[in-house]
Structures are given as C-alpha cells and as structure tokens.
Write a new protein. Structure first.
Length: 91
C-alpha cells in the first residue's frame, strides 16, 4: 500500500480525526499543539514509558492487537463506499 492508501485506510476509522506525518518528539508542547487527549499503544509495549502522561493530562489506552473480525475485504469495501469523504478529509 502507498502512504496515501494507508492514510485513507486510517481515516476510515471514525475515531481518527488527523494523521500527523511529522516525526516530532512527544513532549507537552506536541500534545498541546495537536490537542491530543488519548495515546494508544499495544499492551505490554514499552513505548512511551518515559513520558509523564499525567502531567500532560493525556490518557493512555492499550489494546491487545487482536482484530480477528478485521480483514482486507472489509477495509477495501469501507474505503470504496466512503472514498470521496476520505479524499476530502485528506485535503
């Protein structure tokens, strides 16, 4: 998949408003700049362990990484049905 196709796929999720492409450092200014209130990571991951999220008022959500119901056909169908909406969201 190209980067654009991946972005369209992510934007098809109703919980994603924006994809941040910059490789910025996660500090309090970053969370304020993008008005981030939740940070998502896989369970038992050590990512973001050194960041004081309470200080930044950001909630950490963890997921198991298991998406048995999700398959490529489901994603493709949803993207095709909502293609115009996602393309507008990208611009």
């Amino acid at each position: 998949m190209s980067f654009l196709e991946r972005k369209i796929c992510l934007l098809s999720c109703k919980y994603i408003d924006l994809i941040i492409e910059e490789g910025e450092v996660l500090d309090p200014d970053f969370f304020k700049k993008y008005n981030i209130t939740y940070l998502l990571r896989r369970k038992n991951s050590l990512c973001y362990e050194n960041i004081n999220l309470n200080e930044m008022k950001v909630k950490l959500l963890e997921f198991s990484g298991q998406f048995d119901y999700l398959n490529s056909k489901l994603i493709q169908t949803r993207i095709i049905i909502n293609k115009e909406y996602y393309l507008q969201k990208l611009s």
